[in-house]
Ligand binder design. Structure first.
Ligand code: PEP
Ligand code: MN
Length: 346
C-alpha cells in the first residue's frame, strides 16, 4: 500500500497515520517530498481493513493497494511517465536525450575534444568515467578526482550536463559535487549500501541493469534508492550476459517496453555496452528510439584505437555525427508518438 498525505498535513496527523498502520501489523516507510509526505506500507496484514481505515483518517489524501513488490517505482503507484530533471534537462519528457562521451576520462585534450564534438552533434549530456569498474585490478582504474575536475572543465566549456559513475559509498559525496547525474554501473546494481547512500543524495541517479539482473531485480534496486528518499532515478538497459558470444552482451531490447509497462521511471538504452562493437551501435540505437526509450548513452572517443577502455565499441566523432543525423527521422516519429501518448493520458 502507498498512503499519500494531503499537502502540508500536520506532523500530528502523519504520526497518527503511522501509528494506525503499525496497529494493523505493518511497517512504515515514509518519504518526505517537497509538498507532501508519502508513506509506503510494507509487511503482511489485513490490506482491505487497513485501506478502509486509512481512507477515513484525517490528513490522508489517498490510500492505494500496490501488488508489485516494488511500490514507489511501479506504474500502479504513478500512472504518468516520470520526468527527471538533470541540470535543466528533462529525461523522460518531450526531448529524446542523448548522452555521449568516452568510456573513461583519460586526459584534458581527450575529454575537451570529445565534449565539443558531441555537443556540436546534438548530445545534451557528457558521459565519462573517472572511477572505472575494471575486470582486472591491473587495468586503468580511472583518474578519480582529477577526472571529475576535467569533466567540470568540459561542462564549463560546452554547457553539457555531466554523468559519471560512482562505485563506492565513500565517493558519493565527492562525485555528487561534480556530477549532474550519478551513474550506478552494471556491477553495482545490487550494491545495496551504495543504493541507500544514493537515496540520501540529492542528485539524479542513472541505474544500469546488471549482467545477470532480471527486470524485477532492477526495479527492486530502483526501489531502494526511491525508498531511501531520492525519487530521481533513470533506468538503463545495457545488455545482459547470455550464451551468445557474437556480441559483448545480448541487448534485451524488449526490456524497454516491459519496463515501460511496469514502471513510471524513464528508461534509456546503452547501445555501446549492449553490443561491444562500433559497427552495431547505430542499428541498436535506432531500435532503442523505435521501442520508446527516453534516450541513449553512447561511447564516443576522438581516437578509439588509442582508447584506454572500450575502444572497440566507441564511435569516432564523425561516426557519432553521422549517427545523430541518421537518427533524426526516427526521433521525429518518436516525438509524434510521445505527443500522442500524452494526449491519450490527458
Ligand atoms: C560504462 O558505462 O563505461 C560501464 C562500465 O558500463 P556498465 O556498468 O554498463 O558495464
Ligand atoms: Mn565502457
Amino acid at each position: 500500500m502507498i498512503i499519500s498525505m494531503r499537502p502540508h498535513a500536520s506532523k500530528v496527523e502523519i504520526e497518527h497515520v503511522c501509528e494506525r498502520i503499525r496497529e494493523f501489523g505493518y511497517k512504515v516507510h515514509s518519504i518526505e517530498g517537497e509538498e507532501r509526505v508519502v508513506i509506503g506500507v510494507v509487511g503482511v496484514g489485513d490490506v482491505t481493513a487497513c485501506l478502509e481505515s486509512l481512507e477515513a483518517t484525517p490528513g490522508v489524501e489517498s490510500a492505494v493497494r500496490i501488488s508489485a513488490p516494488y511500490k514507489f517505482v511501479s506504474r500502479e503507484f504513478k500512472r504518468e511517465h516520470s520526468t527527471i530533471h538533470v541540470s535543466g534537462l528533462e529525461v523522460g519528457g518531450e526531448e529524446f536525450i542523448v548522452m555521449a562521451g568516452p568510456c573513461s576520462v583519460e586526459n584534458e585534450k581527450q575529454i575537451m575534444e570529445t565534449a565539443e564534438g558531441v555537443a556540436a552533434a546534438g548530445a545534451r549530456m557528457l558521459r565519462g568515467g573517472a572511477f572505472k569498474p575494471r575486470t582486472s585490478p591491473y587495468d586503468f582504474q580511472g583518474l578519480e578526482l582529477e577526472g571529475l575536475k576535467l569533466l567540470r572543465k568540459a561542462k564549463e566549456a560546452t554547457g553539457l550536463a555531466i554523468i559519471t559513475e560512482v562505485m563506492s559509498d565513500r565517493d558519493v559525496e565527492m562525485v555528487a559535487e561534480y556530477a549532474d547525474c550519478m551513474q550506478v554501473g552494471a556491477r553495482n546494481v545490487q550494491n545495496f549500501s551504495l543504493l541507500k547512500c544514493l537515496g540520501a543524495c540529492n542528485r539524479p541517479v542513472l541505474l544500469k541493469r546488471g549482467l545477470s539482473c532480471t527486470v524485477k531485480e532492477l526495479l527492486m534496486s530502483a526501489e531502494y534508492i526511491v525508498a531511501h528518499g531520492n525519487p530521481n532515478v533513470i533506468l538503463c538497459e545495457r545488455g545482459i550476459r547470455t550464451f551468445e558470444t557474437a556480441t559483448r552482451n545480448t541487448c534485451d531490447i524488449a526490456a524497454i517496453p516491459v519496463l515501460n509497462e511496469l514502471t513510471h521511471l524513464p528508461v534509456i538504452l546503452d547501445p555501446s555496452h549492449a553490443t561491444g562493437k562500433r559497427s552495431l551501435v547505430p542499428a541498436i540505437s535506432r531500435a532503442g528510439v523505435a521501442v520508446g526509450a527516453d534516450g541513449l548513452i553512447v561511447e564516443v572517443h576522438p581516437c578509439p584505437e588509442k582508447a584506454i577502455s572500450d575502444g572497440a565499441q566507441s564511435l569516432t566523432l564523425s561516426d557519432f555525427r553521422k549517427m545523430m543525423r541518421d537518427l533524426q527521422p526516427y526521433i521525429e516519429l518518436w516525438k509524434e508518438a510521445r505527443f500522442q501518448a500524452a494526449v491519450a493520458m490527458a
